[in-house]
Design a binder for this molecule. Structure first.
Ligand SMILES: [Zn+2]
Length: 237
């Protein structure tokens, strides 16, 4: 089982860890990690593992049951080896900013139009989100962009907290984001709360304050069906 250090502190850029197992020659399992594995629309981190006498690039990271697999290039360190795990922070921080931007935007779209999110995907340089809305006029897009930017600029704190499932199921914001669809076996939920804007159960990494996101620009809209619209966003550097 890998301890997910990024879940408690998304600003950790490196950690010491021990190799517990190597699968298929190049998939390194660690006892703890700062590497985010692909999931929830957020792509995996890239980076390096360093150990006494060796170093390898981490090119893919995925979750397998309770373990995080770090797929590396070249020969793997043997089980028991102490390693230093280092992520590409520039890439991760960009993903964090885009992730928080999408959550903020989904809160705004719900507040303005009562529309719920049906999907989302982040990249280091852009992000997209689908939501259930029959029509998306240029005027609506402008209102979404303006409202999101006004709220982000207010510097709202982003809280990460754990809530017992039963408690989470009572919170209207979490009901709207379909918290009930999370498997029964998950008894404690990780909640991302962008103060006064959006609250969701989420496993991803986020910035601490909305000011870090900067300004959002809607760069593209797409009709993905009668009841489904897509917004693509970019952030001002
Ligand atoms: Zn999310």
């Amino acid at each position: 089982m890998t301890e997910l250090l990024y879940a408690d502190d998304s600003y950790l850029t490196e950690c010491d860890a021990t190799v517990t197992e190597v699968r298929d020659g190049n998939a390194v399992v660690l006892d703890r990690t700062v590497f985010y594995p692909t999931g929830g629309g957020q792509p995996h981190d890239m980076g390096l593992l360093r150990w006494d006498g060796g170093e390898a690039r981490v090119v893919e990271v995925k979750k397998q049951g309770p373990d995080v697999l770090h797929l590396i290039e070249g020969p793997a360190p043997t089980p028991g080896t102490r390693v230093r795990a280092v992520i590409d922070w520039e890439r991760r921080y960009a993903l964090m900013r885009h992730h928080t931007a999408l959550h903020a935007m989904s809160g705004v779209i719900y507040q303005l139009f009562g529309a719920t999110v049906t999907g989302g995907q982040m990249y280091p340089d852009r992000a997209r989100m689908d939501f259930a809305l029959p029509d998306l006029s240029p005027d609506k897009v402008q209102r979404i962009e303006d409202t999101t930017n006004r709220l982000l600029a207010e510097g709202r704190p982003v809280h990460v907290r754990s809530l017992p499932r039963e408690e989470a199921l009572q919170i209207p914001d979490l009901i709207r984001t379909k918290v009930n669809l999370i498997p029964e076996s998950v008894r404690v939920l990780r909640i991302i709360d962008i103060e006064g804007i959006d609250m969701q159960a989420d496993g991803g990494t986020h910035v601490r304050n909305t000011r870090e996101v900067g300004r959002v620009r809607v760069v593209k809209t797409e009709n993905k069906g009668k009841e489904n619209k897509r917004l693509e966003i970019a952030l001002d550097a």
